[in-house]
Design a protein around this ligand. Structure first.
Ligand code: NDP
Length: 282
């Protein structure tokens, strides 16, 4: 019996945990499939995907730095990929067409829900305004927080995101960010004097062991901190939050598992259980 072939494509890619995750999902659900890591040249993403598809591949995950190119390559986009402006999952159809989807946002929200983090009516701060943040804004707003503030080093990018997602919330001026159901974009300097229930770090600062310039009293005592980055040790942001009384300071491994489970479901129609991997991946 032939085996269905999938891969994660990126550059670099050797660090990726996705092959291990999907191989375990396949074993757990009895799916006859293989999942590899594929390094694509920076200037040859399109051909690398086509070659994989032509060799009989059934689907791919897409990671840094190709999510925008995957968005452009897809023949059809899911509403959530359209909204995110980026694609992390490609599904190759029998007629040769390619569907693009984005499972990052649902991955984050599912992981927060797994940890019983209340998002409804919460005041949420999200740090960063890159591709990952764009991908999670719609699923976060769908949980009906009281307010969602996006803060970024380059303030204009945060303001642009707030503008782009204003139809899912209510865009407000800088004076009014403590009122209900609002979305606002700003620089870090504007955070002075504000307090949030949940702070999500969607910057890539953690990858270099750095921390965005955050005011001392930003997190509600007992509040929740979430770093989308993950590693073998707690990130600088997790340590910052722990030292300021966070009840939970999570890293992004759970998000990675949940977005992978959603991709797996898109390909195979079977939803794997992430619980066992939450333990074995640590
Ligand atoms: P991008 O390159 O698109 O965006 C990077 C963002 O980080 C920008 O907003 C940038 O600000 C900001 N930034 C970078 N360095 C610093 C710094 N030293 N101080 C403050 N801000 C900084 O990256 P992505 O959005 O794709 O990824 C962001 C993070 O999310 C990464 O850590 C990535 O690993 C993680 N991620 C995790 C996933 C998971 O499943 N757990 C899934 C996807 C991403 P500026 O605009 O000013 O340059």
């Amino acid at each position: 019996m032939s085996i269905d072939h999938y891969a994660v494509i990126g550059n670099p890619i050797s660090h990726s945990k996705s092959p291990r995750i999907h191989t375990q999902f396949a074993a757990q659900t009895g799916q006859n499939m293989r999942y590899d890591a594929l390094l694509a040249p920076l200037d040859d993403f399109y051909q690398s995907v086509k070659d994989f598809q032509n060799a009989g591949g059934r689907g791919m995950n897409v990671t840094v730095p190709f999510k925008l190119e995957a968005y452009a390559l897809a023949d059809r986009l899911s509403p959530r990929a359209e909204r995110a402006g980026a694609v992390n999952t490609l599904v190759f159809q029998a007629d040769g067409s390619i569907e693009g989807d984005n499972t990052d946002g649902v991955g984050l929200v599912r992981d927060l829900q797994y940890h019983d983090v209340t998002l409804k009516d919460a005041n949420i701060l999200i740090l960063g305004a890159g591709g990952a943040v764009r991908g999670v804004l719609a699923p976060l707003l769908a949980t009906h927080p009281a307010s969602l503030v996006i803060a970024n080093r380059t303030a204009e990018r945060a303001q642009q995101l707030a503008h782009d997602f204003a139809d899912l919330g209510t865009q407000v001026s800088s004076q009014a960010i403590s009122q209900a159901s609002q979305i606002h974009g700003c620089g870090y300097d504007e955070l002075n004097g504000k307090i949030f229930d949940v702070i999500i770090n969607g910057t890539s600062a953690s990858l270099g062991g750095e921390l965005p310039p955050l005011p001392e009293k930003l997190l509600q005592p007992g509040g929740v901190a979430y770093d989308m980055a993950y590693g073998n040790e707690p990130t600088a942001f997790q340590r910052w939050a722990q030292a300021r009384g966070a009840s939970l300071a999570l890293d992004g491994l759970g998000m990675l598992l949940e977005q992978a489970a959603e991709s797996f479901y898109l390909w195979r129609g079977v939803r794997p259980d992430t619980q066992a991997l939450r333990i074995s991946m640590r």
